[in-house]
Design a protein around this ligand. Structure first.
Ligand SMILES: [Zn+2]
Length: 82
């Protein structure tokens, strides 16, 4: 899997929208690729902010928004989403 496809699928992974086979190949890429592992970690951290804030589930499509944020600017996500 290429990083580009991995990053496209990552928000779907966190939102639980991937098929098992897709999930498996993406998970394997994340384990092998340091850059994607770091990105995945950052996205999970933002996801945790929502659960810590007492929401059972993050708003739908929120991680796609996070991806856009990660692409454009790197500011404090806790300030952006809290
Ligand atoms: Zn990668």
């Amino acid at each position: 899997m290429k990083c580009r496809s991995a990053r496209k699928m990552m928000s779907a992974l966190i939102d639980g929208e991937l098929r098992p086979a897709e999930k498996e190949s993406l998970t394997r890429h994340i384990q092998d690729c340091g850059d994607c592992r770091k990105l995945h970690h950052e996205m999970l951290a933002v996801h945790d902010l929502f659960t810590a804030a007492g929401q059972h589930k993050a708003p739908q499509g929120f991680s796609k928004k996070v991806m856009a944020e990660l692409r454009t600017e790197r500011k404090s996500y806790s300030e952006t989403f809290a």
